[in-house]
Design a protein around this ligand. Structure first.
Ligand code: SAM
Length: 393
């Protein structure tokens, strides 16, 4: 089976495969059957199938890799899912290069999302994966992007690799098992404990892990960084050899704003002021809400809720600010009446610490009118509360 897959993939790299792939660049998957029928008149059926599958994978990869790279690269279904998006991979690669790292062992390289970014940052990369098709794809990607001088792909189990001659190790274990995402870090392949030991074999290391990792699972000699892109949390990284063991950091892409935790206690809670701030998910996951509150002189609206409030507007890249016009105990009838009176037809419903389902609420509100409003369902001083307002800018 493995050989059949690799042979089918290799056939795409020949002239006929390449011609098919460029013809399929903008093809419409909804017309797959008609397209396949037409192409099979002039090309072998197996090659047409492989090209169609690859063309679809490329389209799926565009949001991660951008159109230019995605249409030159190759993917497997798992590879496109599991690969690191360019923005995050490039940020991490630059950080490694900034530490003076020149060579890296990329243990679990997949189709090469990270290996490519590290090579582009000037590092020479040993890229290792145990799956033969994935390795063939990673190799084709290094060639297609002109990086084969910097990337050596090796098909092997990572647990047998000697990393002692590298400046750094990077590990991105497989986190999807047969039944979807794997939450237990010891169920990663290879397990997180193995990756941590591998990290300690070189002067520096970075391990990519799920952002939901419990803070207790972060080893004492690691710096933990949570990274978001466009406001969505993408991953956590355990860094070794950064001279900041025990640190927590939140980094927001694409701006690159990076907040280092000072291990502050939570600020005192207090009444909701005119401005409310929703911290970026990376800040929340890194447990740095107190640090953001300190920077803007804010207080929490409740000891258990990650909303910060101030009386004066204090813009920060680490949180989205809202101007609050109403603070009310939660009451559906009252909310409906208020929104009706204000002719609100467009509502953004957010929640933190409330059991209410925003879409369920939206239906019950039966919104009508030309005005917009942000509704925040939350808890203040322990009581279910609704805040009305709008984004600060
Ligand atoms: C999350 S993916 C890596 C994605 C990659 N960083 C990228 O950006 O494209 C994990 C990979 O680890 C590989 N893998 C899992 N266990 C392995 C092992 N023990 N040895 C080698 N590769 C392994 C899987 O085949 C899979 O391709």
């Amino acid at each position: 089976m493995g050989h059949v897959d690799v042979d089918a993939f290799d056939s795409l790299l020949g002239d006929e495969g390449q011609a098919l792939l460029s013809a399929l660049r903008n093809y419409d998957p909804a017309r797959e059957l008609a397209t396949a029928t037409r192409l099979r008149r002039d090309h072998p059926a197996a090659l047409v199938s492989a090209a169609l599958a690859q063309a679809q994978l490329r389209q799926r990869a565009v949001p991660k890799f951008g159109a230019e790279d995605a249409h030159r690269m190759y993917f497997t279904p798992n590879g496109v899912e599991q690969s690191t998006r360019t923005s995050v991979a490039a940020y991490r690669a630059d950080r490694l290069a900034g530490f003076g790292v020149r060579s890296v062992a990329d243990l679990c390289c997949g189709i090469g999302g990270d290996a490519i970014a590290m090579a582009r940052a000037g590092l020479s990369v040993l890229a290792v994966d145990r799956d033969p098709l994935t390795c063939a794809v990673a190799r084709a990607n290094a060639d297609a992007l002109g990086l084969s001088q910097l990337i050596e792909v090796r098909c092997a189990d990572v647990t047998g690799i000697d990393t002692s001659s590298y400046d750094a190790v990077f590990v991105d274990p497989a986190r999807r098992g047969g039944r979807g995402r794997v939450f237990d870090p010891e169920a990663y392949s290879p397990p997180l404990s193995w990756a941590i030991e591998a990290a300690r074999t070189t002067p520096r290391a970075a391990l990519k892990i799920a952002p939901g990792i419990p803070h207790e699972a972060v080893p004492e000699d690691a710096e933990a960084e949570w990274i978001s892109d466009q406001g969505n949390v993408k991953e956590a990284v355990l860094w070794f050899g950064t001279a900041r063991p025990g640190m927590r950091r939140a980094t927001l892409l694409p701006t690159g704003h990076s907040l280092l935790g000072a291990q502050l206690p939570d600020p005192e809670p207090g009444p909701v002021g005119r401005w409310l701030y929703e911290p970026d998910g990376a800040v929340i996951r890194a447990h740095l809400v107190a640090d953001v509150a300190a920077r803007i002189g804010g207080r929490l609206i409740d000891p258990t809720i990650a909303y910060i409030t101030t009386d004066e507007l204090r813009p920060t890249p680490y949180a989205t600010a809202y101007e609050i016009t109403d603070v009310l105990p939660f009451n559906l009838k009252k909310l409906r009446a208020l929104l009706r009176e204000r002719e609100v037809g467009i509502a953004t419903i957010k929640k933190r610490g409330s059991a209410i389902e925003p879409e369920h609420l939206r239906k019950k509100l039966r919104l009508e009118g030309g005005n917009a409003c942000t509704i925040l369902l939350t808890r203040s001083a322990g009581a279910p509360t609704m805040l009305l307002g709008h984004p600060a800018s």
